[in-house]
Design a protein around this ligand. Structure first.
Ligand SMILES: [Zn+2]
Length: 543
C-alpha cells in the first residue's frame, strides 16, 4: 500500500452502496467495478457481506483469483451473535472463508440498540466485540472495526460508547471507524466526538457517514480535520435512504481544498470518468448536477458568465475543471476533451499523443456519437474499435450483411408464464470474400441473434468460443437526456415509440472483461451493434 497517503480511501460502493434504491450489481458488474476502483487507486474495496447473500460469496470466490495492485479487498460482517462462541458463528466463519486480507465488522455502540434491538446485556456486547476482533486477528486478518451509531451512542452514554471502542482496540483492531449510521449529526458534533476518540484511543481512526441531512461529505471532512485518517464512502454517494458519503465529492475536496494526499493527481483527473463508469454499470443516469463531476458542474449558460469565463476562467469557476477530468461546457466545437481522450486511448494501448493527426477526427466522432446517445465510459470495447478504425485503415474482420429476427407464440399470452414464445434469427456475415449464412433459435431476440452470429463466425474464428456475454443492460433515452445537461421532463410522457434505446453489453474471455454499446430507435438494432462490437473487440484486442 502507498504509505504516503495522508488519508486512506475505503470504498464501500459494492456493499453499502448496493443497498441503495435502484442499485443492483451482478457478480460481473462487481468485478468490473472492483478493477476500476483498484486502478483508480482507492486503498480498500469492500466487496460485500458474505453472510448476507450467496452473490457476495461468489464475488469473493472470483475476486480471490485476481490481483489488485493498489487496493486491499475487504469482506464485511458483524460481531458474533450473542450467547454463541465466536468459532461456532456461521457468519464469522464465512468472513474468514471469503479469503480477503481485510475484514470489517460492525458492532453496537449505543446502549439503546444493545438493550432493545440485540436484547442483551452491556457486558455481553463488549464480549461480542472483543471476541470477534480477537478471533479475526488470530486468523491473520487486518481488522477494521466499524462502530455502528458511534456518534448517537456517544451522545446517549459517552462512557459506554468509549468502552465498546476500547474493547475493539484492546482485542487488536487495526482501525476504529466511527459511523454516523442514521446520518443525522452535524459537523461540529462529529468533530467534537472524533476528537474525544482521538484523545482516548491509540488505534487509527476512521469515519463513515451517511447523507440523510445532506451533510455526509461535510461530516466526513469534519472528522478528517481532527484526527481521522481513513474515510469510508461510495462512488456517486450510492447507499441506503439518501445515500453514503459521496467519494466523488469527498476526494476532490480533500485533494484540492484541504491539500490532503489521498489519490494521485493522475487518478484525480479520472474522477469524472470513474463516476460515469459506475453509473453506467448500475444503469443509472449520470446526474448533471453532481458537484465536481456532473456535466453541469462547469457549464455556463448566462451571457455575462460565459463572457467572463472566456476572458478569465477563474472568474466563475472554483477550480480548473480538468483537475477532476471534467470540462467547461460553453465553448462549442472546441477540443476541450482532447486530453481525456488521449489518456483513455493510451490506457487502451494505442500510441497516441496530443499531436496525433487523427485525434481531431476521433474526437469529433466521439462527440457526434455522444450527442446521439452513446456513452463510452463503460464501453471501452466500442471506444477502442472506434479509435482503431480511425488510426488504421483496415477492413473490419467481419461484416454483418443482413439479418432477420422473428418471434412467434402459439399459445395465449399470459403474464408470468414464460417460455411459450420462440425467437429465430438469421444472420449473414461476410469474412473477406466468403459469406456465411446461419439460423439459430433462442429464448429472446438478442439471444437468438447472438447464437446465429456465433454460428456464422465459428468456422472463421474458433477463438470466439471463449468470448461470453456476462451482462446485458437496456436504457431508454428520452430526447433531453441525449441533448445534454438539462433535466429530463416527465419521463413517462416522453418514452414513446420514437425513443432511443441504449444497450450496454458486458463480455469476457475469461481473462479480461469489456463493455460495448449500441444505440438505436430499435432495440434489436442497438443490441446487434453492441454484439458485433463485443465480438470484434474479442478478436482484435491484444494480449
Ligand atoms: Zn453505512
Amino acid at each position: 500500500m502507498k504509505a504516503k497517503s495522508e488519508v486512506e480511501i475505503y470504498d464501500t460502493t459494492l456493499r453499502d452502496g448496493s443497498q441503495g434504491e435502484g442499485v443492483n450489481f451482478s457478480v460481473a458488474d462487481k468485478l468490473r467495478i472492483a478493477d476500476k476502483l483498484d486502478s483508480f487507486g482507492v486503498h480498500y474495496i469492500e466487496g460485500g457481506w458474505p453472510g448476507s447473500n450467496p452473490k457476495d460469496i461468489e464475488f469473493f470466490a472470483q475476486a480471490k483469483k485476481r490481483k489488485y495492485k493498489n487496493a486491499r479487498l475487504a469482506a464485511f460482517g458483524s460481531t458474533r451473535r450473542k450467547g454463541v462462541a465466536v468459532e461456532n458463528d456461521e457468519q464469522v466463519r464465512l468472513l474468514i472463508e471469503a479469503g480477503t486480507p481485510v475484514v470489517t465488522i460492525y458492532g453496537k455502540t449505543w446502549l439503546l440498540h444493545v438493550k432493545e434491538v440485540l436484547r442483551t446485556t452491556p457486558e455481553e456486547n463488549l464480549a461480542m466485540i472483543g471476541d470477534t476482533v480477537r478471533f479475526l486477528k488470530d486468523h491473520g486478518k487486518f481488522v477494521v472495526y466499524d462502530c455502528e451509531h458511534g456518534f448517537d451512542g456517544f451522545k446517549d452514554d459517552a462512557d459506554y460508547a468509549l468502552a465498546t471502542w476500547q474493547a475493539a482496540e484492546k482485542a487488536g483492531a487495526d482501525l476504529i471507524v466511527l459511523c454516523d449510521t442514521n446520518g443525522g449529526c452535524l459537523p461540529n458534533e462529529i468533530a467534537r466526538i472524533t476528537q474525544v476518540a482521538h484523545g482516548k484511543l491509540n488505534a487509527r481512526l476512521g469515519i463513515h457517514t451517511h447523507d440523510d441531512i445532506g451533510l455526509g461529505v461535510a461530516n466526513a471532512l469534519a472528522a478528517l480535520e481532527v484526527g481521522a485518517t481513513h474515510v469510508q464512502g461510495t462512488i456517486n454517494g450510492y447507499g441506503e435512504r439518501t445515500g453514503n458519503c459521496n467519494l466523488t465529492s469527498l476526494i476532490p475536496n480533500l485533494a484540492l481544498k484541504l491539500g490532503k494526499k489521498c489519490v494521485s493527481t493522475a487518478s484525480l483527473a479520472k474522477l469524472k470518468e470513474l463516476s460515469q463508469f459506475v453509473d453506467e454499470i448500475a444503469n443509472i443516469r449520470h446526474s448533471p448536477r453532481q458537484p465536481w463531476v456532473g456535466s453541469g458542474a462547469f457549464s455556463h449558460k448566462g451571457g455575462t458568465h460565459v463572457n467572463a469565463v472566456q476572458k478569465l476562467a477563474r472568474s466563475y469557476e472554483h477550480i480548473d475543471p480538468t483537475l477532476v477530468g471534467n470540462e467547461r461546457t460553453v465553448l462549442v466545437s472546441d477540443l476541450s476533451g482532447r486530453s481525456n481522450i488521449v489518456m483513455k486511448a493510451q490506457e487502451l494501448g494505442f500510441k497516441i499523443t496530443n499531436d496525433t493527426p487523427e485525434l481531431k477526427s476521433i474526437l469529433a466522432r466521439i462527440k457526434e456519437l455522444e450527442h446521439a446517445g452513446y456513452e463510452f465510459e463503460a464501453a471501452e470495447g466500442s471506444l477502442a474499435l472506434l479509435i482503431r478504425r480511425r488510426l488504421k485503415n483496415e477492413e473490419p474482420p467481419f461484416v454483418v450483411e443482413a439479418y432477420h429476427v422473428s418471434m412467434r407464440r402459439d399459445a395465449p399470452m399470459q403474464k408470468g408464464a414464460e417460455g411459450k414464445s420462440i425467437c429465430e434469427a438469421t444472420v449473414k456475415v461476410r469474412v473477406g470474400n466468403e459469406v456465411a449464412h446461419r439460423v439459430a433459435e433462442g429464448d429472446g431476440p438478442v439471444n437468438s441473434l447472438d447464437s446465429a452470429l456465433r454460428l456464422a463466425l465459428g468456422k472463421f474464428f474458433p477463438q470466439l468460443k471463449k468470448v461470453q456475454l456476462t451482462d446485458y443492460k437496456v436504457r431508454i433515452l428520452d430526447g433531453e437526456t441525449v441533448a445534454g445537461v438539462s433535466e429530463p421532463a416527465d419521463r413517462s410522457a416522453r418514452v414513446g415509440t420514437a425513443s432511443k434505446t441504449r444497450v450496454l453489453i458486458e463480455s469476457t474471455d475469461g481473462k479480461e472483461a469489456w463493455g460495448t454499446v449500441g444505440v438505436s430507435e430499435n432495440i434489436i438494432e442497438a443490441s446487434l451493434q453492441a454484439l458485433v462490437d463485443s465480438l470484434e473487440y474479442g478478436l482484435l484486442k491484444k494480449k
